[in-house]
Design a protein around this ligand. Structure first.
Ligand code: 5AD
Ligand code: SF4
Length: 365
């Protein structure tokens, strides 16, 4: 018998330790989650920081087998926000005192797109007098493009690896030039080298995914020393190739529980990083994001995308934020966080303490 209490006191964890954490259920899982909460409160406190999410465009050149807005899905009504609409979202983030925004979109690598993102970064910096933090989540790009956006003022970048098992990677992506595991790793390394606060992450509960894969994912985050991680349950979308496996994967609740075990294990492994409570958590359970915060997450991304576009950004079905009006979202978010003894860090960038301690980064803290 393994002594869980003793294991939870350790300062470093082996793959076997992590696999054990991931397999925990019920009362034993609760012990892991409680320990992770204790570590989070001690290391980074009870504040939750916000990134106002702007779903800039669902136009995408890729064909990931899990994603509802993949290139080959012809049932998607494609849109891109105008620059004015993006700037309105940024202004809204300022009014709401969110501190940071995140621009997310499908992957494009054409000149127009690259220049447009660049212009937007500069305009947002200007209109907010440098006060809004800017996270980008715009896929794989050449290193020069990442550099350009960085010098224009973007300082965080999210690029999920999705899974670190290369074989599994090619079960959930086509194996071709556009979907290369090695290129994805290279892109994450480029972002780190340039100096972005870099975030990556994985989906949890994918078909054919084992606990050993997930433990390796956690060790990859640690090895890469990333500043941020976003992980959420895989949600089958009926217009995607992976939908056919919906009956062989874990149940919704089991995938959410596995996600909570992942978040808690990572909080023990990397106590100071920023970790997102994903919208996908809330899509599975009404209180999913609160559960994630109680398991060690400290970032929430309320949706600021104009309502008329939201249903078109359906990477997975029943996205929880579809109906959110920002102001309602914000109010209820305050109450939701208070109900679990957390509070929102309004007006702060909320940079990763892992990154700030390492780089003596002069952000507004
Ligand atoms: N279920 C859960 N997450 C998904 N993503 C894409 N499709 C799905 C899905 N069906 C996640 C991926 C991607 C991010 C933008 O959304 O991890 O990186
Ligand atoms: Fe495009 Fe991202 Fe969806 Fe893949 S996950 S198809 S890159 S939007």
């Amino acid at each position: 018998m393994v002594d869980l209490n003793a294991l939870l006191q350790k300062k470093s964890f082996s793959k076997e330790d992590l696999m054990l954490f991931l397999s925990l259920k019920d009362d034993e899982a609760k012990k892991l989650l409680n320990k992770a909460l204790e570590v989070k409160l001690r290391e980074i406190g009870n504040k939750v920081y916000l990134r106002g999410l702007i779903e800039y465009s669902n136009v995408c050149r890729k064909n990931c087998y899990y994603c509802g807005v993949r290139l080959s899905n012809n049932n998607v009504c494609r849109y891109s926000l105008s620059n004015e609409e993006v700037l309105d979202c940024a202004k809204r983030a300022m009014q709401l005192n969110y501190g940071s925004i995140a621009i997310q979109c499908g992957e494009r690598q054409d000149r127009n797109f690259i220049e447009n993102i660049n212009t937007l970064i500069k305009q947002i910096k200007k209109l907010s007098n440098n006060s809004l933090g800017i996270t980008l989540s715009c896929g794989e790009q050449e290193k020069e493009v990442y550099e350009k956006w960085f010098s224009s003022g973007a300082h965080r970048y999210l690029l999920r690896i999705e899974t670190t098992n290369e074989e599994l990677f090619y079960k959930i992506h086509p194996k071709d030039e556009k979907h290369s595991f090695q290129k994805r790793i290279r892109a994450i390394e480029d972002l780190i080298e340039i100096g972005y606060q870099t975030g990556t992450g994985v989906m949890i509960g994918l078909p054919f995914q084992e606990d050993e894969d997930l433990a390796n994912d956690l060790l990859f985050f640690k090895k890469m020393n990333v500043a941020m991680v976003g992980m959420g349950p895989f949600i089958p979308h009926n217009e995607t190739p992976l939908y056919k496996y919906k009956d062989i994967i874990l149940s919704d609740r089991q995938r959410l529980n596995k996600t909570l075990n992942m978040i808690a294990s990572l909080r023990l492994l990397m106590p100071k990083i920023n970790m997102v409570a994903a919208t996908a958590d809330q899509s599975i359970s009404e209180k999913g994001r609160e559960e994630a915060v109680l398991a060690g997450a400290n970032i929430i991304m309320p949706n600021l995308t104009p309502r008329k576009y939201r249903e078109n950004y359906s990477i997975y079905p029943n996205k929880a934020s579809l109906g959110d009006i920002p102001i309602e979202g914000e109010n209820s978010l305050d109450k939701r966080m208070l109900s679990i003894n957390h509070s929102i860090g309004y007006g702060f960038w909320g940079d990763s303490k892992a990154y700030t301690t390492q780089n003596e980064y002069k952000a507004r803290q």
